[in-house]
Design a protein around this ligand. Sequence first.
Ligand code: FES
Length: 152
Amino acid sequence: MPRTLFPRQSLRPWARYWGMEPCSAQPDTGPDSDRAVTPLMDAPIARQVFVCTAKACAANGSEATLEAFRAQLIEKGLLFYKGNRAGSVSCVHCGSIGFCQIGPAVMVYGPEGGAWYAHVGVDRVAEIIEKHVVGGEVVEDLVRKRIGQPGG
Ligand code: FES
């Protein structure tokens, strides 16, 4: 039997995070029926934060970085999650993006494009939230890769 790339079991914690019951995949009957089971589709998301929690970044403390982002975004009323469907920022973990030697790696993506940050410890989270997530201004000394921006 072929190995599944993303085993269903691995989705269950995230289904709980989004306030959804794990279930079998919905048949594709169009955006309206998808919307009924996907609150994110109507959420006022302005920016997304991705924190790499793959092996090398995790060894450098990225789980704590992720938790710091979530806690501070919740404190500011910005995080979109089951406790705040009006939140304008999603914050999730992701797999390795190739910054393994310079992690923890964090991406902030918004209307201005995206910026991948390196060496993001808990001590830099508040600054990234204030300057980039809220203000739309890249934190220059930490950015190592831009996507969809001048200089990328
Ligand atoms: S482990 Fe995080 S970028 Fe590779």
